[in-house]
Ligand binder design. Structure first.
Ligand code: GLC
Length: 615
């Protein structure tokens, strides 16, 4: 019979062992509470004084202008001048003048228009507040024609190689700088815990340790040593989405997160602790809700729906006060409007919760929101101290980015250098990442490595489909409406990669004409999607062949090939693990290739392993 004392000691030992045990298994420490972040980017007296001086001079209108971030398609340079806007973003599929094929110079020239508009706006004020442009570099500078498309984050997670992440961040930052933009909404440090979620592939891993080890490296790749200033080939990074986007019930995008605070901290937040320590300057608030009594309603009325955009506890009390984050909190795409009682044009709750920049994308909404915030400050609903906190943070980050010292975008060091977009060394880095991302799930009788002396039948829904390879966030938001030659010049599908390697005469695409003994390479996978468009509804399962009729065709093809006696290697493109038991059983070898991007050669590098590239 244990004495009470022994029993309690046992509990203490067990819990300490659990913590020690937890630490023994991963480099990820256990966080008993929200940690104080000590960023490598420290406050300097010079910047703090300069910011304070500006905030004291700025009118309420000028301050609120800094807090508004419309979408490129919904704001003209003249409007940016009139409202004295602090920044704009280009959402997925938004290009200068609606031109999908805009060149680096076109992007930089468009950025000039807004930059110079703001210079005009502050002319005669005795001070200036330079403009900034933010973009989504989800896997390379993916909105931009000819940019290198790296594997999506889920594939990078499979490489388990933090050094690679920093190198990819650096290449991506350089391509962003080439287009004259200042700020990217990356890295995503979501920890996806339900494969039904349409954004699983934007996370590095369901394992918070991988995300923790990667986040700081991506930030350093994108920002460089920001504590010494933002180099001309670096950009401001953003960690997102704060907080718990990967832990919603049933994986519903923008859904309900019901995690305990301890698990929210230790499963969904480690990427932030890592990224913010490495100096990330922006955090993007998440669409999902967090159902916990500590997530109080900032204006007190009942019916609060626990949306993170309205959570003063998580956005202000935890991130800003307890963790000490001194950068910018930016809302997600009209995310404020999903708070109970809010609309896109009216949401004091989101301001009071601690968001600093508001991504209010449509013209009528951002102009209404601007007017309403001014009215709400004048009415005392929003205290001026909240506005000053937001503007202080915005100016602080812009000064850390050296915006006052940079020339207009098109005159910056790397601006307009077309050859940097999709540069050979960037493509080679992407190909290296593809190689390292591949996961071998089966290889019976040493089917792999393949021999280039053999004949090949290359078939399946993904064999020559660049969209299945790139996934979402590729020139367009959904990664659709793209064709390889027109939209991804220089890209390589698996079919063309095999043809490049063994010669076109040895490659067949029709099972009925392929010579006896050909090896079948079956390439299949998910059609592209982004965000909620990729959610697997509760009426479905994770069974690949049952998700779409076209996916069932891949299974039928494997059955036919089996009947015809082909030896089969299957390559599977997906934004998440799916049930492919039957397909694996029908294959002699099976490779999970995630969403590899444009460099399909990385796949044949490993399938043939002629240069020492193995799984
Ligand atoms: C989207 C995404 C976010 C992205 C933003 C701007 O809805 O949630 O990740 O950065 O809007 O495109």
């Amino acid at each position: 019979m244990y004495s009470l004392n022994t029993y309690l000691t046992g509990i203490v030992l067990m819990s300490s062992m659990n913590q020690a045990q937890a630490q023994a298994h991963t480099s990820l420490p256990y966080f008993a509470d929200w940690p104080k972040i000590v960023s490598v980017v420290k406050k300097t007296q010079e910047i703090e004084d300069a910011v304070k001086n500006l905030v004291e001079k700025m009118t309420l209108e000028e301050k609120v202008g800094q807090m508004i971030q419309p979408d490129l398609r919904e704001v003209t340079p003249e409007e940016a001048e009139h409202y004295k806007l602090g920044s704009i973003l280009n959402g997925g599929g938004a290009w200068p003048n609606g031109n999908k094929y805009a060149t680096a110079k076109d992007w930089a020239k468009e950025s000039d228009k807004y930059y110079l508009a703001l210079e005009r706006a502050y002319a005669g004020r005795g001070f200036r507040v330079p403009f900034a442009w933010a973009t989504d570099a989800v896997h390379g500078h993916n909105n931009v024609f000819k940019a290198t498309l790296f594997p999506h984050n889920i594939g990078l997670g499979a490489t388990n190689n933090p050094n690679l992440i920093e190198r990819i961040g650096a290449a991506t930052a350089l391509e962003i700088a080439t287009t004259g933009l200042d700020w990217t909404f990356a890295p995503t440090v979501a920890v996806p815990r339900d494969y039904r979620w349409g954004r699983v592939y934007e996370g590095y891993s369901e394992d918070p340790e991988i995300t923790y080890n990667y986040a700081s490296r991506m930030v350093r790749g994108l920002q460089g040593e920001l504590e010494k200033g933002l180099a001309s080939d670096k950009v401001i990074s953003t960690v997102k989405h704060w907080l718990g986007d990967g832990g919603t019930e049933m994986g519903v995008d923008r859904g309900e997160n019901h995690y305990s605070e301890e698990n929210l901290i230790n499963i969904h937040a480690p990427g932030y602790f890592s990224a913010l320590t490495a100096g990330a300057q922006v955090v993007m608030t998440s669409f999902n809700s967090w159902h916990n009594e500590k997530n109080y309603n900032v204006i007190g009325n009942d019916g609060y729906n626990y949306k993170l955009h309205g959570s003063k506890y998580i956005v202000n009390d935890v991130l800003k006060d307890q963790m000490g984050f001194d950068g910018i909190v930016v809302t997600d795409w009209n995310g404020h409007s999903e708070i109970s009682g809010c609309t896109s044009g009216n949401c004091p709750q989101a301001v009071l919760a601690g968001n600093d920049v508001f991504m209010v994308t449509a013209r009528k909404d951002w102009q209404t929101f601007y007017t309403n915030v001014i009215t709400q400050v004048e009415a005392g609903i929003i205290p001026m101290s909240r506005i000053d906190d937001a503007v202080t943070r915005i100016l602080r980050v812009k000064m850390r980015a050296g915006l006052w010292d940079k020339p207009q975008p098109s005159l910056r060091e790397h601006a307009g250098k077309e050859s940097i977009l999709g540069a050979n060394d960037h493509r080679a880095l992407a190909r290296e990442a593809v190689r390292q991302s591949l996961v071998l799930l089966k290889n019976n009788d040493n089917t792999l490595p393949l021999k280039s002396t053999d004949a090949f039948l290359v078939v399946g829904s993904g064999s020559n489909d660049i969209q299945k390879q790139t996934g979402g966030w590729s020139l367009t938001w959904q990664g659709d409406e793209n064709e390889i030659d027109r939209d991804f010049p220089g890209a390589t599908t698996v079919l063309s990669a095999v043809q490049n390697l063994v010669g076109e005469t040895q490659v067949f695409t029709d099972p009925d004409t392929a010579p006896e003994g050909s090896i079948a390479v079956v390439v299949m996978g998910e059609d592209p999607y982004a965000e909620m468009m990729g959610d697997i509804k509760r009426s479905k399962t994770l069974e690949y062949s049952n998700l779409k009729r076209s996916y069932a065709a891949d299974l039928a093809l494997l059955k036919t090939l089996k009947t015809k006696g082909f030896k089969t290697v299957t390559v599977f493109f997906s934004g998440r693990p799916l049930y492919t038991s039957e397909e694996i059983m029908l294959s002699d070898a099976f490779v999970a290739a995630w969403l590899p991007g444009t460099e399909g050669g990385g796949i044949t590098d490993v399938l043939f392993n002629e240069s020492g590239y193995d799984f």
